[in-house]
Design a protein around this ligand. Structure first.
Ligand SMILES: [Fe+2]
Length: 303
């Protein structure tokens, strides 16, 4: 009778082969400086949220509450065009199917003049919501009266930067030949006590936020996973597979681009300084789809 296979040692410790994560960058481990800085910043935040056996609810130094904490240490990897695969210590291969792209782009030049113009823009005076059953009114952040701010000549440099990064996002990450155009664009200002509820951006393909006035002590942007289920396992440590939310701290001048259907929010600003961001939506230029594959969407017939 054949001897049963021994699966007792699945740790991979006895294996001769070295198991190294497979990245898609050319020089393994050598991340560009600005990406490494972001990694350090994210990791710093994550350490503040490190999951301990207790308590079940955690509050970071700014008092942000995340119901399900933050993922395990995030090590940004240069975006690849394939499926990210890591070899596990046991020698298996772990794939990340259908990941959500989020591009973070630092603004490369000074924007003092633009910031001054942005600070002077009129916003709604008050944006109060209902009490959410807590007995306290909720103060939401306030949008600019102008909801086409990127059409203004004062922000032409910012617009050019955003358009360049948008082009990169569409052509390199989505490998598309479509050209996206910016539709609406507006400012969000949040003073002490103001937050932004969870939302998506309807009627938009890719959305983005540029951060003219922020620093890491201000509230991060929080994203919610589409893979969240109504049942959950007991979790010891949070990572990209088991987290329902992810809080991303932003630096001054950074731009982020992400699919418009990705749910996001901003916790209340607890500091004295006003947090200012510029949001925008996009849509493909011209008709969409393709006649042969029965996906043709002729916009010229709709007007
Ligand atoms: Fe938004």
């Amino acid at each position: 009778m054949a001897k049963p296979l021994d699966f007792s040692d699945l740790t991979g410790k006895g294996r001769k082969k070295e198991f190294t994560p497979q990245y898609f960058n050319d020089k393994e481990g050598a991340l560009p400086k600005h990406i490494q800085e972001k990694a350090d910043l994210v990791n710093k935040q994550l350490h503040q949220h490190e999951v301990k056996p207790q308590p079940l609810e955690q509050v970071n130094t700014q008092g942000f509450y995340s119901p399900d904490k933050t993922p395990d240490k995030k090590q940004p990897q240069p975006t690849g065009m394939g499926y990210p695969i890591q070899q596990t210590p046991a020698g298996d291969e772990l794939m990340q199917l259908f990941p959500t792209p989020l591009l973070i782009c630092p603004y490369p030049v000074d924007y003092t003049k633009e910031l001054e113009w942005i600070r002077n823009q009129e916003c709604r005076k008050e944006n109060q919501g209902n009490d959410g059953g807590q007995g306290q009114p909720i103060h939401y952040n306030r949008q600019s009266e102008d909801t086409f701010v990127l059409d203004r000549p004062e922000l032409s440099n910012i617009r050019a930067f955003i358009e360049a990064k948008l082009h990169e996002f569409v052509t390199k990450i989505y490998a598309s030949t479509d050209k996206l155009v910016i539709t609406q664009s507006w400012l969000n200002k949040s003073k002490k006590g103001e937050s932004h509820h969870e939302h998506v951006h309807p009627n938009s393909m890719i959305s983005g936020v540029w951060y003219p006035q922020i620093h890491e002590q201000m509230p991060p942007i929080q994203f919610r996973s589409k893979g969240q289920r109504d049942v959950s396992l007991q979790t010891d440590k949070y990572n990209t597979f088991n987290s329902a939310t992810f809080m991303l701290p932003m630096k001054k001048g950074e731009l982020i681009l992400f699919p418009s259907n990705l749910t996001h929010s901003v916790p209340a600003n607890l500091g004295e300084e006003e947090r200012i961001s510029l949001s925008f939506n996009t849509w493909p230029k011209g008709n969409m789809g393709d006649v042969k594959s029965l996906t043709y969407l002729p916009f010229d017939r709709c007007v």
